[in-house]
Write a protein that binds this ligand. Sequence first.
Ligand SMILES: Cc1cc2nc3c(=O)[nH]c(=O)nc-3n(C[C@H](O)[C@H](O)[C@H](O)COP(=O)(O)OP(=O)(O)OC[C@H]3O[C@@H](n4cnc5c(N)ncnc54)[C@H](O)[C@@H]3O)c2cc1C
Length: 594
Amino acid sequence: MSTITAPSSVLRGGEWLLQPTDADAAFTPERLTEEHRLIARTAKEFVENEVLPVLDKLEAKDWSLARTLVQHAAGLGLLGVDVPDVYGGVGLDKVSSLVVSEMMARSASFGATFGAHANLTIVPIVLFGTEAQKQKYLPRLLSGELIGAYGLSETGSGSDALGARTRATRQPDGSFVLNGEKMWITNGGFADLFVVFAKVDGEHFTAFLVERGFGVKNGKEEHKMGLHGSSTTALIFQDVKVPADNVLGEIGKGHKVAFNVLNFARFKLGAMCSGGSIGAIAESAKYAAARRQFNTPIASFGAIKHKLGEMVVRTYAVESLLYRTAGLVDARIESTSAAESHGAAALNAFEEYAVEASIAKVGGSEALDYVLDENIQIHGGNGFVKDYPAERHYRDARVNRIFEGTNEINRLLIPGMLVRRAIKGDLPLIPAAKALQDELLGPPSLPATDEGPLAEERRAIEAFKKVALMVLGLAMQTFGQKLTDEQEVLMHAADILMDVFAAESALLRAESAGRRGHSKASLHEDAARVFVNDAALRIDAAARQALAATVDGDTLRTMLAALRRLLKVTPINTVAARRRLADETVARAGYPFA
Ligand SMILES: Cc1cc2nc3c(=O)[nH]c(=O)nc-3n(C[C@H](O)[C@H](O)[C@H](O)COP(=O)(O)OP(=O)(O)OC[C@H]3O[C@@H](n4cnc5c(N)ncnc54)[C@H](O)[C@@H]3O)c2cc1C
């Protein structure tokens, strides 16, 4: 399927920091094709009609039902979105993959089952499997005959995944014997095929495809805070013999499998979070319209409008950056030479946009937690009891900040990967930071005159980028190789970078809606303007703290003066904008941009 026209030169990962993007070049949800909408509808109806009505049974750990549901999803083509048709998939683009993930999130528990199977088992085989492995496993995984799981974490190694102790001992016949234990494995209680990471001869970190029938045992179900309808267990390997043919990728290159799979999975987790937010906004809107206090629907109170408006604004920004990233990934895959296999092209694309995937994961999970917390608050006492789904959503979502790389690890990766690319010369960040320092130390230049709607926001985002460059450039200059030890500075830098990418993505979407005469263009403007307005305040706070931890004396004073100059953003009336967004949300009984 070909749905997005690749621009002649596709923006590389992280390049948005150094150059402006034209609104027409950014993919947005408003540009979804009929084909995209059809797959979204299919996924939505599947979850609403087949999954949500049986959630209680899933929460009672009926794994044969979970298996049946995976098979139904398979019948609808939802498992094979990322798989070329030669292996039984439907080979759609990554935007399709995004819309499916968004819809699956309406049931977080089944979303986890689905994600571990489709994203963490099928995708690694597509990306790294040999032809024989693809032929052997993909059709059975795609039909739901086999259920997949991904065994990376161990008791002693979660974030430090390469510290795994599970051992694969090479045998004289070329096979391996696995010994060790994996922890917290989604689908662990009933999966048939596991992507397992172990160290060959205790040294070479390697991925394996391990069938349950080889002798894998699982531990008891974990008692979790949420996701009660998804299986989470330990996996036990006691002298499990794995044929030589079941090495996935190369011996000693397991990190390539693990990290590339996570790049894609993080992006999809961001999509699940965005889908979860959209679902919860609808619940809040309906409840706020129906619930009366002081003889008035609570939706009429400004305090509630603020919440609904802000839930929409944060979701809008996350959704905008997700679709923009999906568009970039698709354009990159399409622009690769036809000689390159689909797997190799996808692999390169996910590596290219790893920073954006981490932003999607962190931004998506934190926006979702905000939305779900406010969803409970809008429901009052009813938010705290099990009669309403608000409390379940809240419990289910908390793990999103922990798995697929904790948000701390992902925050470290965001500036860390940009700096690494800069040092390698793949991203001209160092000359840009140097030029910026010269500009900041020189006489103030007059801002370019830019008129029209959103001109002030465009200017603000240009300034945000300069702040990000100033913070990152100074940190690289001050700490050099030791920058990795300055985690607090890196975290502030990550927060600024996330706001830059989210704010620009929201702005581009609003601009695009305006240019195309979209019926809701003014609401798009409201959402983007509120996000940019508040991002300026957050960026200011993060930059001040980062700069004060990086430089002192005259240099600090000069940089703070430059920061004040750059971030002189005139506040907008966010109260009025949030009220308009809230009113539309209540009128539509849901997210206004769905
Ligand atoms: C419900 C559930 C399902 C899961 N499913 C799977 C699955 O299917 N497959 C799988 O392999 N794993 C799975 N996991 C495991 C999950 O990926 C890990 O829990 C996660 O990677 C974090 O590892 P950890 O729990 O060991 O925490 P730790 O790594 O011990 O982290 C604890 C805290 O320290 C911080 N920290 C750690 N290292 C650093 C550092 N270098 N710098 C700064 N801060 C740091 C972390 O951010 C965190 O806040 C699942 C977990 C849960 C709860």
